[in-house]
Design a protein around this ligand. Sequence first.
Ligand code: ADP
Ligand code: MG
Length: 706
Amino acid sequence: MELSYRDITYCKNVGAKRADILRSELGVRTAMDMLRQYPYKYIDRSRFYRIAEIADEDTYVQIVGEVTEWHTIGIGKAQRLSATFNDGSHQCELVWFKGVQYVKLAKGVKYLLFGKPSRFNHTYNFVHPDLTPWNKVTPEMTQGLEPYYNTTEKMKKSGLNSKVMRSIIAELLPDLRMGVPDTMGMDILQQYRLMPLTEALVNVHFPRDTQSMQNARARLKFEELFFIQLQILRQMKRREMNEGFRMPLVGSRFHSLYKSLPFELTNAQKRVIREIHEDLKSGRQMNRLLQGDVGSGKTLVALMCCLLAVDNGYQTCIMAPTEILANQHYETLKKFLEPLNEQLHMNNEEAPYVNVALLTGSTTKKQREPLHAGLRDGQIHILIGTHALLEDEVQWRNLGLVIIDEQHRFGVAQRARLWSKNTMPPHVLVMTATPIPRTLAMTLYGDLQVSIIDELPPGRKPVHTVHYSLQRRAQVYSFIHQQIEQGRQVYVVYPLIKENEKMDLQDLQNGYNELCEAFPEYRISMVHGQMKAADKDIQMQRFASGETQILVATTVIEVGVNVPNATVMVIQNAERFGLSQLHQLRGRVGRGADQSYCLLLTDMELSNETRKRMDIMVATNDGFRIAEADLQLRGPGDLEGTQQSGLPFELHIANLSTDGQLLELARHAAKEILDADPMLTDERNKMYKHRLDVLRIEAHNWADIS
Ligand code: ADP
Ligand code: MG
């Protein structure tokens, strides 16, 4: 029977109980599922060591020699067996704590010893080594690379360790060698020089040598990435066929704003607005991601896009992740629009009119009624807000464009809800200040078109970043003092761990008290997530207006806050922040004409990874470089939002932080197929469509289990 249909229960070395566990722990149902459990590492069994050659602890080695002497210590459960192993010139110790009664040793017999040494009392020790009499050693055992498999606690308890996994898979090899149907066509295999599936599965588990192992893994990674790209790009093709509101006009509101700006748009801003306008007039629904480093001027781009839509008779909204941000966008937009609306006050009938409104959790019921009415009858052109925008009561006359700021805070489900409020889906622009490494952009946001603002407004000085240990507080304080004396303002940020908000708040309060003591002559604001929105606003406002010199805060100020006179960002316990978060925080300064500084304060003792993070922050201000480094250090699984933005299928072997090149190739291959056959209806592409169905069902079943 074909391996894809063979129930794992009836495979050798499995049985009903293990089959249950394989299903619940790994999602394995068939023999083929089992073959798709790839090893996470290999150990070279073709190499033999001498005891004198052992250099590393914790690296597996195999040695040929004899057991010269052994004795048991203790009784019952505490019994332990200790033996001396000699390779002819040196000796080492072997120890068993468990299963002592099963260990059979004999003198004058040649053994193959295999295990992981650790150094102890000047000799090497092997705990629970594999010891095989030399006459029982088969050539296969010492040929090439031995695979190791991930197991869970539950699996181990039922004896399903890596070795048993290996034996189950080894039993499937003869049937596998007879050949399994490939999931990719010959043309792709040839074009990208990939191993056929049969050969790849044999060699991923039991490779002849390193080269064939790498080729096998490359093929399987490519396959994984290929189907993810095929799925994403197919969705994109479908969406591209969605009709969209036509907004061809560049009207008076847009022109008036453009003329009234106190500065010239950067070339990058102009290019991005052009790209977006192309989408808006195309008659197809726009789904675009706008990436731009902090301070690159995304808010203005968003406003100009809104005006494009409004000039064409549509309503728009901008959704922000926090109330502070929504408020701030509202204020910023109103300020930009002042010159336009002033003309109106001067009774200029031709004057373009833009009505901006704000809707957040703290908007009162009384305020809401006219607001809802204004949205229904189209009086309100631009609505700015938080999640509150998604409430059912919010009904539009003709919502034509949705702008979502800081995408990573919003789930895709919420995005979908916004769309469904309309018969025709509005255009969607997602803005993010967290630069996304290309590999992630291609997978997580692969169904969006991408625009990048890769240029900061002129005259910005790069923020000068310094890393201090907490011991040098006095120096930090004197620097703060000096900057404030020059008329500048200072942020001091404390980390926030959600699990223990009380303790975090305590840290913040202590920090605040300390600063009050250190700077009795200055006024200090404090904001944190537990405060009422109105109180937060008051505190922020006091800082923004210059009434207070220092703002003590948790990460609520992370995104978007804009106070150009603030030139110092002090980050307490910087080791507790991720790289992209640190970069976001640093982006709060360096917004005015003065030189700005970011002080990273950490403990003395740092892990290697933390040290690297601090070094990168000190070395560069480039958000893309930081995002790449973040991906390398943490791996993609950890990145904020990865979980909820979600890949269509899970990755089992490919790694987004290291397999960028394969990803490019896989995307290229998928794109070629879909360009020629968007619906995958050609006879030769049916296999791909079928495989996507299978993967979707698997992903679905698996989500049900876990
Ligand atoms: P982002 O949201 O991308 O982090 P903002 O939109 O907050 O950046 O812009 C940062 C600051 O730069 C704002 O004060 C904004 O008014 C200003 N700004 C935007 N575009 C330009 C430009 N082309 N030239 C000069 N200043 C600009
Ligand atoms: Mg912004």
